[in-house]
Each structure stands twice: as structure tokens, then as C-alpha cells.
Design a binder for this molecule. Structure first.
Ligand code: PLP
Length: 951
């Protein structure tokens, strides 16, 4: 008898776990749509002309067990050295209680950006702590809730300073003692804006040159602790805004920037408990004076109050941001680094001001002892005082570097050698370092033979208090902290509670197997500027992931540098610009953008130095081809690009996409495709095939990186062959591309340590699994559209009434019929235990629903049931059975507290809080009532309130 080979197949098919509906449910859903197969659904929804005819060329699907074993093998090719490289990155210790309960906890990492503030109070509090911590440590008045990295934060500071400057100067001074990647990113950002960057020595800066701003590093990249007072005073006198890129840990000991005249402080918070991760993700911070609050880039958490008059948190001053202000926004930033900001803030909560200061003092003492020992060995070092970095002069740096490598140690190379210590440094490490500088020989002294190291001189020492708020003092026992973390987590609705059907945001499964490698030390404990030969595992991972993404998009080259979708857009547009320039067509600076585009599109175009010309949409929500042709024609001499989202932000596969691309090409332009909706395309069609020249991918949407409550993300771009030479470079790690556009992020491969998530996803799914995921994503959206269309009109549909992977529900009629706004429905959904779909985007007064393939039919039905029940509540208002103002929608969400005491509402408490059967089994209680946004913006408070305010 022959063995049946299928008996040896693993029973564990990840595809069936990732995709919510099983085959029976898929058949039932197809049946309800009058279809018999997913193939038929594809034929109905995706234009025939663009459909992929062959399967994607990807490795066969593997099980979770096999995939993790294979990735472990790749990871083991990375070598973990002791890196003393500094340059804005320092190894640190993630407190285990924070690692397990935040970084590795889906209750935190699967949250969405806190737009629905009433069910996001936990992370909003953590972010408010972050802002308080940053404002305190920098000595400035207001801080935002994170930016992407230190280098882009410095670039944002440059743009903000330029916007605020009055005297018309177009030059920005950057100290040559800034970290090299910061200088590079600032230079990249300056060029398209027509700004000049002057890199030089601040000590001899000639103030007769007109500059609008200046950027300094503190302590400087070589470790020097400059006294910048005279420089900032001179700047102040001349109306020059000063930005200081400061090491947050050092500010526990050193005079903070706000006290020596800085207008803006930026920096990396990585060393507050976040793994190095070969470059990210880490949260950058941005702090400034209260007077500039309306010019701040990124998200700001502010305190307001809810309808019951109790303090409540929400995102403040949103009118600065791209989703409202578009091409006039302060920045293009959307996804930032929320999860990492939460970790950094909790690190401060965990250690408190005393603990942080002890860590800083220990680093400072070890560094000074290291210097004293080196001096004993007659090694020449730059004079102190030191915080954590020394510059060492040696005759034969190559020999010392080789000795260091042999001992598993990385030193910063350059004209002098740099050594930066950190929280993980032990006294035994000093011995190793001394031996290295003693040509490998044993040293004739021990730590005990050295005298007490001098502390920092008074002139640079900080005297002001910081982190005085009780939150930084209360949770120092692990039980207290554990319970604080869980208390905050319990206030936030995440994917662990139910579907989060956010249109355009693709809140799909973030499988545990995908997340596990993120905290492997082989990925976490690698400095971004470690020599490439120590990172062979990462290089294999990057190469494979880039090849797979190129295959999926149909492009020739991929850059993994951009660390969010917005950054991908900006990078792609710069690549297009560089291409035009290389052909002598630098005048091509018009960027066509459909009115339905995401706010990041126009904001990115402006940053790339392009002029935005809007293109109209037709009544079906498609790009108005006639208007496109007219605009392309009018601007044919100067057309740079069209930015187009596909399927459109209206959730439809436009049939004319190939014509659209052709029109743009015929007029000399390039097609930038916003790939946020790639979840509707993978394995079904490819942008590179149907005419796009560049597209970014939101790995935190389509490729399973969790949203983390508003970041991290990754926004790599794919480009067609003619654009490959222009992909980004990096000043520290050679990426090739001599014609490239420069650096767009601090780290060469962006947030490298979360790329394993997308790698694992693709490896687990294989070509067939990915294609089926796309098909089911489209099936789920059409199923919801079909279930809900008798109750709410579906706004845009393609031919035959089909939608793509999301659908827009038109709620505008309810305003007329019942006085009900889209917000009322969003808040009422909270009482049912759901997070609202995307509200009022891309069309005001509507909701955009994107279920993703990961939601089961049961979960889709539950959501539809909630929406239908809410429609019935609206009908009661329409018929007059319920009052137009005093009803469960207008009073939503209902907190537990609001149900106590007298009850004079025309509906019952049960109807308020238990409106659906499942709420009896699991009730999610919003922790605050409806929040007053206007009050919060009028009375802006962006740091922790005194505890008395909460009583
Ligand atoms: C999410 C999104 C973006 C922005 O991506 P981020 O990673 O948040 O910067 C751009 N365009 C569309 C259509 C999106 O949905």
C-alpha cells in the first residue's frame, strides 16, 4: 500500500486563521450576493483589463511553527555586539512589566488612533503623561504626542521656524555637531522648499548672514556639552528661532533647553525603554513655547471635559492637521509613534524622577571613570565635562577598531573614535574598553584604583525640578504599575474587543505569530549604525521582503526607509521630482490631486515643493476624466504628477484607471499611487502593471503591522524601473543610489524591527492565501453593503452596484429626518461595544466601513445588527416616538456613572447601556461621556492636571 502524501501535511493552515469566514460562511455570503464563487465576485468588482492573470511568484505558504523557525534562523545571522556608537541611539532596559503588558500586549498594540476619544482615555492618559514628561524635561511649555524620529522632528522644526519667521531669510543654520542623519534629513527637506542649509560651527557663526532658524545638538554628537546661552541670546536678539535636539536622559542632569533660550526642542525618546531595533520604531518628541502651539506638527493630546463636567482627554487643535487643513497643514504627519511614546512615558512612570536621575548619573559617572582610566593609559581624549560620550584620539584607529570588533564591541569611527555608554553598561565593560585601548593588553589598574569621578560642573547642571506630578511617583511597586497599565488598557477599545471597521485604515488581524519576533533580541538589540556585516540576518529579511513587495506591486525597486504612509508619499514625490530634474525638466512642479484624496496627499505634495491642483470627482465618486484631461492639458508643460488612490477613497475600483494613468503620462507626468487601499489589490491586480510609477504601502494596514494606537507604521515605496536610481540614500550606511534623493528618515531601513511582522505575514499566507485574503476583504465589504443598504444608502458603487473592500454609508438624510448627526451614531455604537467606522471622510456626514478579511461572518452580522438597531432608534425619533434631543443617540455614550441616581430619560437604563444581547455577556463601558471638543481647544491644557482637578 502507498502512503497518502497529504497525510504528512500540517493540519495548521494559517490562512484559515487569518481569514475570518470559513468556506461555509464564504459560500453563504456569496449566496446572499447572488454569486457562486470568489472568482465570480472578482469578475464583478475588479475591471477585467487590470486583473492579474498569473499567481504571484511568492514562496509557498508555511505554518506558523515552520515560519518562526525559519525566521529564527535568519535572525541568528545578526550578531549582537556591544554598540557604543551613540549618534542618538542608546541601548536600554525595557522594564519586563512594560515589555509584556504593553509592547507584547494586543490590548495596547491593536488600538487605533484615538479619534473616538471616549473609548481611548487610557492611551490618551499615557500620551498626556508623555507630553508632560517631555515638557518637564525640556523646560518648555507644550509638547506633542510624538513624531516619527529625531531627524524628521528636526526637519519639522525647520519648517515651523520658517513659517514663523518674519524677516524673509531663507537659510537655516545647522551645527556640524548635530548627528549626521539629522543633518542629512534636514538637507533633504530643505531642497524642495527652496531653503538653504548652512552647516557650520555655532561658535564662529557669522550673524551677519540672514538665517531664520538654527539647529543645535545637546550634548553634541561628539559628546561635548556646550553652553549655548550666548548663541541663543544672539539669536533671540535677531529674531532667529533656535531648535535644540536634546538627549532626554541627559536633561535630568543638564540645564534644559527651555532654560537657556531654545524655542523648540526635539529628540529621540528611544533610550526610555524602547529597544534599538536596528533603527526603530521609536518615538521622537517635539516641544515648544505655548505661543507657537498652533504651528506645532503632529498630534497633541489636550484636556477637556465631558457632558457631565468631568475631565476628559482628546486630540486637541486638530485644525492644524493634514486631515483638516490639507495643503495648508503644519505637517503631513498622520501615523506617528503612539505605542513607543506610551512605552517611553511608562518608563518615566516606572522609574520616576529619582530613578531616571540615578540612571543618568550612573551613565555620567561610568563615562567619566572611563575617561579617567583612558587618561591613565595615556590615551588622548577630548576635555570634559562628559555625559555619556567620549571622543578618543588614537594613532591607529583601524587597529583599535579591529581589536574592538574582536571583543564584540562597536565604536564610532571617524577622525576620532567615539564611545557612548548607556543604561546597560557595567563596570566590567569599562575594563574591556580600557583593554582595547591598551592594544589588547591587560590594564594595570581596576575601577577601585580610580578616585571618585567629578560630577558635572555647576554651570551646566540642572537645578529645576521635573516630573513632580503624582503619576510619576505613585506606581513604583510592580503591583501598582501593573494595575495602572491594566486600568488604562481597560478604558480603551481595541481589536481584542471586536471589529474596528475603519475605512481606509484596514484594521485586520495582527497575528501573534507575526508579533513574536519583534521582541527577539536578535532584532531588538542592534544599533542602526552597526556594521552591515553584523546585520546579515536583517539584510536577508530586507532583501526578501523587498522582493516580495516588488512582486506584489509589480514594481522594479523598493525602498524600506519611509517610516509611515505620509513619509512614503513624500519620498515617492521626491523621487518623481528627481526624475524630472535628471531629464532637465525641473519646471515640472504641478501635482494633480483628486478632491477625494486623503489629507496627507496634498500636505506631502507641498512638502515636496509641488503646487497642488485639485481634480474633480464625478457623481459616482470617480475621478472626473474630462476634468483630469482638461487640467492635464492646461498644465502639460509643468505637470509633475497625479496622486491617485486605488481603489478610490470612495471604495470603488474605478474602471478608467488605465486611461487615467495614460492621460497623465501623455502630458509628461508621473503617476503616484497612494497604496493605502492595497488590501483590495494584493494578488488580484498590480499598480505597476496598470500604469502607476510609484506607490507606497502602509505595512501597518495591508501587511499586518498593528496600529499601536496611532503608530508605529511603515510606508515603504515601490517604483518602476526608470525611478530606481532616485531611491533614498543614507549618510551613515551606504545604500547605493548615487543619484538618490538623500535621506528621508533617521534610520536607513526606517523602523526595521517591525518589518518581521510583514515578512511573517507574507510567508504564512503564500500567493494563494494573500489572494484569497483580498477576495474575502472584498466579499466582506460587499456583504456589509448588502446587509445595510436597506437601512442606510451606500453612497458610491461601481458598475453592478458593487463596492471594493470598503463602503460608505450615507447618514446625511438622518440629519434632516431626525436631527441625528454622524457623530451621534459613532458615539451610540460605543454603547453597543463597537468602535465607529471612519467618520466624515472622505465625505462629510458619512461613515466608511472596511471590515477586512479577518472578520468572521458572525462578527460582521453582529456589527450589522448594531447598525440596524441604531437605525430603528433613529426611526423612533423620525416618527415622534422619541424626542429629538432627549434620546439614546444624543446622550451617547452612556457611562456607568451616568446610569446612577435619578433617571428621568424617556428610555430605560437597560436601553441606554445594554441595547444588544451581546452586551450582557461582555459590556465595554466608555469611561467618560461625550467630550466637549470646543471647550478643550478654547482652554488648551496639554499636560497632566493637578490631581485635585480629578476629584
Ligand atoms: C492611512 C492613509 C494615509 C497615510 O498613512 P500614514 O501611515 O497614516 O501616514 C494616506 N492615504 C490614505 C488613503 C490612507 O488611508
Amino acid at each position: 500500500m502507498r502512503l497518502d502524501p497529504t497525510l504528512l501535511d500540517h493540519p495548521d493552515h494559517f490562512v484559515r486563521r487569518h481569514i475570518g469566514p470559513d468556506s461555509q460562511a464564504i459560500q453563504a455570503m456569496l449566496g446572499s450576493l447572488g454569486l457562486s464563487s470568489l472568482e465570480e465576485l472578482m469578475a464583478a468588482t475588479v475591471p477585467a483589463g487590470i486583473r492579474l492573470q498569473t499567481p504571484l511568484d511568492l514562496p509557498a505558504a508555511r505554518t506558523e511553527y515552520q515560519t518562526l523557525a525559519q525566521l529564527k534562523d535568519i535572525a541568528s545571522k545578526n550578531q549582537i555586539f556591544r554598540s557604543y556608537l551613540g549618534m542618538g541611539y542608546a541601548d536600554c532596559i525595557t522594564p519586563p512589566v512594560i515589555q509584556r503588558n504593553i509592547l507584547e500586549n494586543p490590548g495596547w498594540y491593536t488600538q487605533y488612533t484615538p479619534y473616538q476619544a471616549e473609548i481611548s482615555q487610557g492611551r490618551l492618559e499615557a500620551l498626556l503623561n508623555f507630553q508632560t514628561m517631555v515638557a518637564d524635561l525640556t523646560g518648555l511649555e507644550i509638547a506633542n504626542a510624538s513624531l516619527l524620529d529625531e531627524a524628521t522632528a528636526a526637519a519639522e522644526a525647520m519648517t515651523m521656524s520658517y513659517g514663523l519667521s518674519k524677516q524673509g531669510a531663507r537659510a537655516f543654520f545647522v551645527s556640524a555637531q548635530c548627528h549626521p542623519q539629522t543633518i542629512a534629513v534636514v538637507q533633504t527637506r530643505a531642497i524642495p522648499l527652496g531653503l538653504e542649509v548652512i552647516v557650520g560651527d555655532h561658535q564662529i557663526f557669522d550673524f551677519s548672514q540672514p538665517v531664520f532658524g538654527a539647529l543645535l545638538q545637546y550634548p553634541a554628537t561628539d559628546g561635548t556639552i556646550y553652553d549655548y546661552r550666548a548663541f541663543t541670546a544672539q539669536c533671540q536678539a535677531q529674531g532667529i528661532l533656535v531648535t535644540v535636539a536634546a538627549d532626554l536622559l541627559s536633561l535630568t542632569l543638564l540645564t534644559p533647553p527651555g532654560e537657556f533660550g531654545a524655542d523648540i526642542a526635539v529628540g529621540n525618546t528611544q533610550r526610555f525603554g524602547v529597544p534599538l531595533g536596528y533603527g526603530g520604531p521609536h518615538a521622537a518628541y517635539f516641544a515648544t513655547k505655548d505661543a507657537y502651539k498652533r504651528q506645532i506638527p503632529g498630534r497633541i493630546v489636550g484636556v477637556s471635559k465631558d457632558v457631565h463636567g468631568r475631565p476628559a482627554l482628546r486630540l486637541a487643535l486638530q485644525t492644524r492637521e493634514q486631515h483638516i487643513r490639507r495643503d495648508k497643514a503644519t505637517s503631513n504627519i498622520c501615523t506617528a509613534q503612539v505605542l513607543l511614546a506610551v512605552i517611553a512615558s511608562m518608563y518615566a512612570v516606572y522609574h520616576g524622577p529619582t530613578g531616571l536621575k540615578q540612571i543618568a548619573e550612573r551613565v555620567q559617572r561610568l563615562t567619566t571613570l572611563l575617561a579617567m582610566g583612558l587618561q591613565k593609559l595615556d590615551v588622548t581624549i577630548a576635555p570634559g565635562p562628559y555625559f555619556d560620550t567620549l571622543q578618543v584620539q588614537v594613532e591607529n584607529p583601524a587597529a583599535i577598531l579591529a581589536l574592538a570588533r574582536a571583543r564584540g564591541v562597536n565604536l564610532r569611527s571617524g577622525p576620532t573614535l567615539g564611545i557612548s555608554l548607556d543604561e546597560t553598561t557595567e563596570p566590567s565593560d569599562l575594563r574591556t574598553l580600557w583593554e582595547i585601548f591598551n592594544q589588547g593588553g591587560p590594564v594595570p589598574f581596576t575601577l577601585a584604583d580610580l578616585s571618585d569621578p567629578p560630577s558635572l560642573p555647576e554651570s551646566c547642571r540642572r537645578t529645576s525640578p521635573y516630573l513632580t506630578h503624582p503619576v510619576f511617583h505613585r506606581y513604583h511597586s510592580e503591583h501598582e504599575l501593573l494595575r495602572y497599565l491594566h486600568r488604562l488598557q481597560a478604558r480603551d477599545l481595541s481589536l481584542t474587543h471586536g471589529m474596528i471597521p475603519l475605512g481606509s485604515c484596514t484594521m485586520k488581524l495582527n497575528a501573534t505569530a507575526e508579533m513574536i519576533p519583534v521582541t527577539w533580541p536578535e532584532f531588538g538589540k542592534i544599533h542602526p549604525f552597526a556594521p552591515v556585516e553584523q546585520t546579515r540576518g536583517y539584510q536577508v529579511l530586507f532583501a526578501q521582503l523587498a522582493t516580495w513587495l516588488a512582486e506584489i506591486t509589480g514594481f522594479a525597486g523598493v525602498s524600506l526607509q519611509p517610516n509611515a504612509g505620509s513619509q512614503g508619499e513624500y519620498t515617492g514625490l521626491l523621487v518623481i521630482r528627481a526624475y524630472h530634474q535628471a531629464r532637465g525638466e525641473q519646471h515640472r512642479q504641478i501635482c494633480l490631486i483628486p478632491q477625494s484624496a486623503h489629507g496627507t496627499n496634498p500636505a506631502s505634495a507641498v512638502m515636496a515643493g509641488l503646487k497642488v491642483v485639485p481634480v474633480a470627482c464625478d457623481p459616482e465618486g470617480n475621478i472626473d476624466l474630462a476634468d483630469l484631461k482638461a487640467k492635464a492639458h492646461t498644465h502639460q508643460a509643468d505637470l509633475a504628477a497625479l496622486m491617485v488612490t486605488y481603489p478610490s477613497t470612495h471604495g470603488v475600483f474605478e474602471t478608467a484607471i488605465q486611461d487615467i494613468c495614460e492621460v497623465v503620462h501623455a502630458h509628461g507626468g508621473q503617476v503616484y499611487m497612494d497604496g493605502a487601499n492595497m488590501n483590495a489589490q494584493v494578488g488580484v491586480c498590480r499598480p505597476g502593471d496598470f500604469g502607476a510609477d510609484v506607490c507606497h504601502l502602509n505595512l501597518h494596514k495591508t501587511f499586518c503591522i498593528p496600529h499601536g494606537g496611532g503608530g508605529p507604521g511603515m510606508g515603504p515605496i515601490g517604483v518602476a524601473r526608470h525611478l530606481v536610481p532616485f531611491l533614498p540614500q543614507h549618510p551613515v550606511v551606504d545604500l547605493g543610489n548615487p543619484q538618490g534623493i538623500g535621506a528621508v528618515a533617521a534610520a536607513p531601513w526606517g523602523s526595521a524591527s517591525i518589518l518581521p511582522i510583514s515578512w511573517v505575514y507574507i510567508a504564512l499566507m503564500g500567493a494563494a492565501g494573500l489572494t484569497e485574503a483580498t477576495q474575502v476583504a472584498i466579499l466582506n465589504a460587499n456583504y456589509i453593503a448588502r446587509c445595510l443598504s436597506p437601512h442606510y444608502p451606500v453612497l458610491y458603487q461601481g458598475p453592478g452596484g458593487w463596492v471594493a473592500h470598503e463602503c460608505i454609508l450615507d447618514l446625511r438624510p438622518l440629519k434632516l429626518s431626525a436631527g441625528i448627526e454622524v457623530d451621534d451614531i459613532a458615539k451610540r455604537l460605543m454603547d453597543y461595544g463597537f468602535h465607529a467606522p471612519t467618520v466624515s471622510w472622505p465625505v462629510a456626514g458619512t461613515m466608511m466601513v472596511e471590515p477586512t478579511e479577518s472578520e468572521s461572518k458572525a462578527e460582521l452580522d453582529r456589527f450589522c445588527e448594531a447598525m440596524i438597531a441604531i437605525r430603528a432608534e433613529v426611526r423612533a425619533i423620525e416618527t415622534g416616538a422619541m424626542d429629538r434631543l432627549n434620546n439614546p443617540l444624543k446622550h451617547a455614550p452612556h457611562t456607568a456613572h451616568s446610569l446612577m441616581g435619578d433617571w428621568d430619560r424617556p428610555y430605560t437604563r437597560a436601553q441606554a447601556a445594554y441595547p444588544a444581547p451581546w452586551t450582557h455577556e461582555q459590556k465595554f463601558w466608555p469611561s467618560v461621556g461625550r467630550i466637549d471638543n470646543v471647550y478643550g481647544d478654547r482652554n488648551l491644557v496639554c499636560s497632566c492636571l493637578g490631581m485635585e482637578e480629578y476629584s
